[in-house]
Write a protein that binds this ligand. Sequence first.
Ligand code: FAD
Length: 392
Amino acid sequence: MTDAAELRAAVRDFLAEHDPGGDRLEFLRARFDAGLAWVNYPAGLGGRDAPRELQTVVDAEFAAAGAPDNAPSRNGIGLGMAAPTILRFGTDEQRARYLRPLWTGEEIWCQLFSEPGAGSDLAALATRAVRDGDDWVVEGQKVWTSFAHKAKWAILVARSDPDAPKHKGLSYFVCDMTDPNVEVRPLRQITGEAEFNEVFLNGVRIPDSQRLGEIGQGWQVAMGTLMNERVAIGGGNTGRESGMIGVVAREWRDDPEVRTPGAHDRLLRLWVEAEATRLTGQRLRQQLAVGTPGPEGSAVKLAFSRLNQEISGFELELLGEQGLSYEDWTQRRPETVDFTGRDPGYRYLRAKGNSIEGGTSEVLRNVIAERVLGLPPEIRTDKDVPWKELPR
Ligand SMILES: Cc1cc2nc3c(=O)[nH]c(=O)nc-3n(C[C@H](O)[C@H](O)[C@H](O)COP(=O)(O)OP(=O)(O)OC[C@H]3O[C@@H](n4cnc5c(N)ncnc54)[C@H](O)[C@@H]3O)c2cc1C
């Protein structure tokens, strides 16, 4: 098994042959081909079957050399959700086609899951996929699709069998977002930005070779994606005092004006909770290193969103009037999702979405209750009823 010393040596050998100051894309492609992209992925697919925890070793070596990174925040859905799904459920051809340009950021991905009538109850979705020869013809509407306007590809769940119960009649596809039958319209958020969109699929033809997993097994594939999504949102590999707690702790240190004994107590409590959440995320990543994410990822995502909202609210109180300023309300398309950037008013408003995106807090509590704590499940009367007979 590869260890940290071997990886450091591999990075140094690589840097001796590739100029980190040269062409960015060429450098990233070569890094992928050398198995130094995501070290836990298989050889030939950007990795070397090394423990996932060793990724930090490789990233630190590249950063110290001033090498360009693959700007992970630009392609969060690709890296956090599409890639692990393709790795687990894709064919060899699909893995070889999609993973390299995904990692380098040449191809951005988005996630076509939510619909106007299917969010938390994703299995109720109505977008139809009808088989036509070697293709599927997809018709329907998706919503809240982050970065659909930048994406080359989407991971898509659609109903391929309306006669089957809702969880059993779904299939999972890779959809080309540049297809002329895909229409993307911006939706403006509470922050004023338009990170996400509604997407209309107007008879889009998707070759069967772009199906991930078996026909009718889309729910199982989607569950793998969503577990990874929760880890990606809540369990990032962050250092102590990063994220919102870092922002507020810096303000506290830099500005004596904001300090009061009451605020000190609250800051300390939030600091301890943030540290406990960060360490829980670290434990989750260790668990991930030896398998796939479990429902525990829901607990980290839940804790992250609760804390992010509490700390960004505390920041506004701390800063008083200054916290209410809002620099720019024009509608714009941000480059990345930014939970800690821009000004305090933005941070406060953006944090509101944290308890909705990637699974609402209420639904995550259900997951934890049923699948971690073993409490009695919610009553489900529609499990065995054909989807087409369900009231909508
Ligand atoms: C910033 C942001 C980005 C997003 N990006 C994407 C994206 O890229 N792709 C994508 O597909 N989707 C995306 N979403 C959509 C998101 O996943 C859904 O909004 C979410 O799953 C909730 O679904 P819904 O909006 O239909 O709410 P509903 O499911 O209608 O829920 C409404 C309320 O009822 C509660 N509720 C529902 N069911 C239960 C239950 N069984 N028990 C207890 N309470 C319940 C919910 O918690 C919520 O409070 C994004 C959302 C946001 C806010």
